[in-house]
Design a protein around this ligand. Structure first.
Ligand SMILES: [Zn+2]
Length: 241
């Protein structure tokens, strides 16, 4: 049995798990941030729509006030028309009345249009408020799930690091150096099985003589093509790793 190899295979597996956990450590907070941004965008959308409704209502009230004022002025104008002395003055007053009448007609059109829009936006905002409530609940739940996933995933980190330290301590400096060199050069995959004479990482066949040697399982060997540390995947020592 080649115990160095067993330790190296275990180290490879631990490093793969650590790699996965580091990814969760880095991406987890980003996922939380995405959820928060999605909720903020939903809140903003609804807030803007409610603000539009408010502004339309304000505009409608302003127009109704102007219409009322102008109506009063027109009535005053009519009363004054009875007392004018000259034709010129009379024509000026008629002109003024006509101007006010037209202005109020335009305001009334706008009020009607606003009433239609207000009905639509009122319904839309009711729908949006319900939708926002759902979004708040869904996103809060999603956030909680992601948070729990991060915490659960990272809970075992201390133990894994401790296991790694033990493993590294059990290996010679020479083996660790070889492992680390291949690990860095080969994108985090330093140890790989050979099955049916084929390297499971680079998928090339190793020479038959080398494969026979490998099956003896008594020395540390590397793939002649990719340089990874290799072991015979069919050996019982490695089946449960
Ligand atoms: Zn290879």
């Amino acid at each position: 049995m080649n115990s160095n190899l067993i330790h190296l295979i275990k180290l490879q597996k631990i490093d793969e798990r650590l790699g996965g956990l580091k990814k969760i450590e880095a991406e987890g907070p980003l996922k939380i941030e995405e959820i928060d941004q999605e909720l903020a965008a939903a809140e903003l959308l609804v807030q803007e729509s409610l603000q539009s409704e408010k502004e339309m209502l304000k505009r409608r009230l302003a127009l109704e006030g102007e219409i009322e004022d102008t109506d009063r002025k027109m009535q005053e104008n009519q009363t004054r028309q009875l007392r004018v002395k000259t034709n010129e003055e009379y024509r000026a007053m008629l002109k003024e009345s006509e101007f006010m009448r037209k202005a109020n007609a335009a305001r009334e059109d706008e009020v009607l249009e606003l009433m239609e829009q207000l009905e639509k936006i009122g319904q839309e905002n009711k729908r949006l408020k319900r939708w926002l409530q759902e979004q708040r609940e869904n996103l809060a739940q999603k956030r909680q799930e992601v948070q729990a996933w991060i915490e659960t995933s990272l809970a075992g980190l201390g133990q894994i690091n401790a296991d790694r330290t033990d493993l590294v301590a059990s290996l010679s400096r020479e083996h660790i150096t070889l492992y680390e060199r291949v690990y860095n050069k080969r994108n985090g995959k330093a140890v790989t099985p050979i099955l049916d004479g084929i390297c499971q990482e680079c998928h090339l066949k190793i020479p038959p003589q080398k494969f026979i040697e490998l099956q003896k399982n008594d020395q540390l060997m590397t793939c002649p093509h990719c340089g990874r540390i290799i072991f015979w995947g069919g050996h019982e020592d490695y089946l449960d790793l």
